[in-house]
Design a protein around this ligand. Structure first.
Ligand SMILES: NC(=O)c1ccc[n+]([C@@H]2O[C@H](COP(=O)([O-])OP(=O)(O)OC[C@H]3O[C@@H](n4cnc5c(N)ncnc54)[C@H](OP(=O)(O)O)[C@@H]3O)[C@@H](O)[C@H]2O)c1
Length: 294
């Protein structure tokens, strides 16, 4: 189903299912399946197998999630052709060095059992223990290894995650190839407008992680009110909202019925409701206590 609302970046129209084209011509499905916090072994294998059976063709993992081998086995056992599944993994945020980055991608490929990934991302601009610190030099070194991987077709596209405008500007100034993607936290009430606008006006596709605020938006009364007018669940409304903002959502669930629900997005949120949702704040119940690393 085609969504008439134009991508805020200008040129691309997002559809509820389908593909977008990155600057290097690589096609990316407009709905991904997230795997953070799904343990390696049966849990990750079963979740990814069920997601592929439900029709997802875009899987998001990371070296840091520790589940690449189960994700890879599920893809291999799915019977799908390699070129029909878009696979993303990520360079650990702590690696800010050329050779260690090249080695880490090899380890990811070995764990996944793949000859290449479709998208390889720097997981964060800083090690998780130093959030906000300036690692521009280290990012440029890691990025050079990723440019090499792209040239050698080990990664069909390369990008970043959790990068702010200043992180991106420094990386772009120091590199040959501009990131094709920035994966950032994006849900109703937390749309990171400055970085989203920057990416969308510089042809960097935005992927939205935690489109359900890791589950903590699901009881929001304002969002529920809008969802009801479409006879849709809060999860469906949240995921569709992200798509209509020109961002690729990456919802995670280990519940097969929810996988089907979250991919059933054949409806259009009106401009009036989009504006209402754009104006919401404090939509998520904040988590307290230590947060697991994303
Ligand atoms: N780059 C980064 O730094 C970064 C950071 C965070 C996340 N990510 C990526 O983004 C993905 C998604 O983000 P996320 O894991 O934070 O979570 P999310 O997709 O925002 O929310 C997942 C939570 O919502 C629940 N849920 C899913 N669909 C539902 C439905 N239809 N009805 C009710 N509950 C539902 C899930 O429960 P059940 O599983 O129990 O069904 C789970 O508790 C991650 O898995 C990862 O791939 C990337």
């Amino acid at each position: 189903m085609t969504n008439p609302r134009t991508h805020p970046g200008g040129s691309t129209t997002m559809t509820s299912s389908g593909q977008l084209t990155l600057t290097n011509g690589v096609q990316i499905p407009t709905l991904g399946f997230g795997t953070w916090q799904i343990p390696d072994g049966a849990a990750a294998y079963d979740a990814v197998s069920a997601a592929l059976a439900a029709g997802y063709r875009h899987i998001d993992t990371a070296r840091a999630y520790g589940n690449e081998s189960s994700v890879g086995r599920a893809i291999a056992d799915s019977g799908l052709a390699r070129e029909d599944v878009f696979v993303t993994t990520k360079l650990p945020a702590e690696i800010k060095d050329h050779d260690a980055a090249a080695t880490s991608l090899q380890e990811s490929l070995a764990a996944l059992g793949l000859a290449y990934v479709d998208l390889y991302l720097i997981h964060a601009p800083w090690p998780w223990a130093q959030m906000g610190a300036d690692h521009a030099t280290g990012n440029a070194l890691a990025w050079a290894a990723m440019e090499g991987a792209h040239e050698h077709r080990l990664a069909r596209a390369i990008g970043v995650s959790n990068f702010a405008v200043s992180d991106l500007e420094k990386l772009i100034a120091a590199s040959r190839l501009k990131p094709q993607v920035n994966q950032i936290k994006f849900y109703i009430g937390n749309t990171q407008d400055e970085i989203t606008r920057y990416c969308q006006t510089h042809d960097i596709l935005v992927e939205g992680f935690s489109p359900l605020a890791t589950g903590s938006i699901l009881s929001n009364a304002d969002v529920l009110d809008v969802a009801r007018t479409y006879d849709r669940s809060v999860a469906q409304l949240c995921i569709r909202y992200v798509q209509q903002r020109g961002v690729v959502p990456l919802p995670k669930t280990t519940t097969p019925s929810r996988m089907v629900e979250n991919a059933d997005l054949g409806f259009t949120i009106t401009d009036e409701h989009m504006a209402l949702l754009d104006g919401l704040t404090d939509t998520a119940t904040e988590h307290h206590g230590p947060k697991p690393r994303a």
